[in-house]
Design a protein around this ligand. Sequence first.
Ligand code: UT7
Length: 335
Amino acid sequence: MRTVRTARHADTGGAGGHSRILGIGGYRPWRVVANTELCAAIDSTDEWIETRSGIRERRFAAPDETLHSMALAAAGKALAAAGVDPREIDLVVLASMSQLDQTPPLSVRVAQALGARAAAAIDLSAACAGFCHAIAIASDAVRAGSARNVLVIGAERMTDIVERTDRGSAFLFADGAGAMVVGSAAAPGIGPVVRRADGAYSEALRMTAPWGDSAGARPWMRMDGRRIFRWAMDEVAPAAAEALRAADVSPADLGAFVPHQANLRIIDLMAERLGLGPRTAVAQDVVRMGNTSAASIPLALETLLAEGQAGSGDTALLVGFGAGLNYAAQVVVLP
Ligand code: UT7
């Protein structure tokens, strides 16, 4: 049987080498929306929202803060932080659940605007788990030598798919974008991914109708929050522990815990289940940003680094979970 050469970038340290995160960047829309602004439409209170979710405020994008512009801004910051020229990016992976245009892929337009002329670009649909799935794909591509550098982006305008009057979700979701550059490294900087999908829960987070339904109704997102909460505790928390074991990092030594910013109660309970100690910084970006789906992990990590709660060389456990239901978790070393 004939064989083929498998790695394009063996000379760059990719093949047989390791991967790591080189830089992180985020974009937060300007408009800050307090709980009180949303309460009338959903018959709720500031106190209920904060007690049940931890959220005090979130950001809603203005009309000119598009998915494209937010993704571009976050990607530009990540590239600058990484010191990587856009022309050295071989692959762009953009995770989003609120990209309303079926085609062309948003990632292609972002790559074009950045001047990433050598890059292939694909969109990834895995809802709030998307960013961690994309990091795993990026890491594998770099380690296999099929890409020198991969730009991973999570971008969401959840306000386009969440109905303002939906009591179960309107107070939770928000807008923003985050990005990371993954490149080659001499030592391991991204641990093994632990990931799984369970279609038995596919109704727990879904759209009310397909686009272009004969009735002409606009589809909106609906969520069985209580069911997802239980699943996150039963399925995702053990998977997060498994990601720590797979990377050979003990809970006591973990620098930062950065789960998807779905709900502060989920974050705190997961931290407790993992047995994290006082040395581990726990991301709480949800308090000020709400749930930004695929963008929440890079945004939360950017905050921890900016506030000095985590630093270069620290380990961080990333855990993405959401619609599907679907999860992915891995330990990374911070740039
Ligand atoms: O990011 C993708 C994945 N999504 C998630 O991870 C979301 C996970 N789930 C959650 O974050 C939580 O389930 C929510 C924050 C969405 C809801 O919190 P909860 O503690 O699970 O509330 P619940 O749905 O069990 O409702 C408790 C009570 C109910 O009243 P009764 O039956 O106890 O009298 C609801 O009718 O709160 C009531 N309620 C509200 N009250 C005021 C439900 N929504 C509201 C509301 N304001 N917006």
